[in-house]
Design a protein around this ligand. Structure first.
Ligand code: 59G
Length: 229
């Protein structure tokens, strides 16, 4: 049963998740600008930059994050940025996107200079997230759990991160039982998505390399968080 303090904790995370989203004026640009590989790439770069800013603000609201060692805070953000963005864009695809955005976002991603070999794993992931029909609390908590992954590169005090991640996993387990009573395996399926996310990191690194080889430029924030250029 979810305790009172677990419910309070969940409300903090959910409130932060809802407060920090890509601004609607940025999102609706997806619908307006023309279609060319360069235009698509520019738009997606703007989306990713805005998404990273959103991610940083969300992360600062995760109880305990700001008490971690500062270098570990950076290591957690850099280590989880791509995975958290995949989760957020996946949720945008499968749930709340105003109609029309979804096809447009997919179209622009497919025509932004990403090579075919990365499309399949990427859109398989989007599909597998969509099939889970996560409720908002699960989406918010899964994102916070992804950020609070202790074994990211360069994290010094992994125990401190574990102490923050474990309570969130416990709440998520209870939420899954609450919202998906007919699916005892649902929690395990959610954790399976986190494993799938890690494989996407690898594909994403290759995508960055191939974009850079074609002289595509990123914003300073993306260069910093993704260690490029
Ligand atoms: C630099 C750029 C070319 C790039 O490199 N790798 C990826 C990249 C890709 Cl192509 C896939 C997955 C992850 C990344 Cl980083 C990207 C594009 O990143 C995106 C980031 C974020 C959105 C995104 C999220 C939410 C929402 C919502 C909503 O919430 O309602 C409405 S519109 C929208 C748009 C899309 C794309």
């Amino acid at each position: 049963e979810i305790t009172k303090e677990q419910q309070d904790f969940m409300n903090v995370i959910l409130d932060a998740y809802n407060r920090h989203q890509i601004p609607p004026d940025v999102a609706k640009k997806l619908l307006q600008e023309q279609y060319s590989a360069e235009e698509n790439f520019l738009l997606l770069t703007e989306m990713a930059t805005s998404q990273v800013q959103v991610l940083v603000e969300f992360t600062k609201n995760i109880p305990g994050f700001l008490s971690l060692d500062h270098e570990d805070q950076i290591a957690l953000l850099k280590g989880s940025a791509v995975e958290a963005t995949f989760l957020r864009s996946a949720q945008a695809f499968s749930t709340k996107m105003p109609s029309g955005h979804t096809e447009v976002l997919e179209e622009r991603i497919r025509k932004s200079g990403i090579s075919e070999e990365f499309m399949t794993p990427m859109f398989n992931f989007y599909k597998s997230i969509g099939e889970l029909h996560m409720v908002q609390e699960e989406q918010a908590l899964l994102t916070a759990i992804t950020i609070m992954t202790p074994d990211r590169p360069y994290v010094k005090d992994q125990q401190a991160v574990e102490r923050l991640q474990e309570p969130m996993l416990d709440i998520l387990r209870k939420l899954c039982a609450l919202h998906h009573p007919g699916e005892p395996q649902y929690f395990a399926r959610l954790l399976g998505r986190l494993t799938e996310l890690r494989t996407l990191n690898h594909y994403h690194a290759e995508m960055l390399t191939s974009w850079r080889m074609n002289d595509y430029k990123f914003t300073p924030l993306l260069c910093e968080i993704w260690d490029v250029q």
